[in-house]
Design a protein. Structure first.
Ligand SMILES: [Cu+2]
Length: 135
């Protein structure tokens, strides 16, 4: 019954792989977080507010208290990466959402690059979001 024993050993190994696999999946990973735009479009002009939500993609829940340390807003999606505008963080967003103020000097697609640190996680959340400014 050598074959039988062998297949049991294989089965045990497979169960082991499956179990360690599920442990890896259960552990939170920085890749499981992502920013989403609350509104995809915005009106072109000065001092417009962009609101983004930081989500834990596993639970679908918003993530509060992230530290956002890198932002850039430029027209790369419309071939104008050199056309950047200043972006500043704004207080007063609901938990899990983050607000920024920027001037959209031109209608078209603007790329918002965000970096963030999430409490209790190593690594950096990096997202590039495209917001469309309309006339
Ligand atoms: Cu432009």
């Amino acid at each position: 019954m050598k074959t039988f024993r062998y297949s049991r050993a294989v089965m045990a190994a497979l169960i082991g792989v499956a179990m360690s696999g599920s442990i890896t999946i259960a552990h939170a990973d920085i890749k499981d977080y992502a920013f989403q735009l609350v509104d995809q479009t915005i009106k072109a002009g000065p001092d417009k507010t962009i609101t983004v939500r930081l989500l834990d993609m596993k639970t679908g829940k918003p993530v509060p208290d992230a530290v956002i340390f890198a932002t850039r807003l430029d027209m790369a999606p419309d071939g104008m990466q050199e056309m950047a505008t200043r972006i500043t963080s704004m207080p007063g967003a609901e938990p899990g959402t983050y607000k920024f103020k920027a001037t959209f000097s031109m209608a078209g697609r603007w790329q918002l690059s965000l970096g963030a640190k999430v409490q209790g996680e190593t690594g950096t959340v990096e997202s590039k979001l495209v917001v469309t400014a309309q006339k």
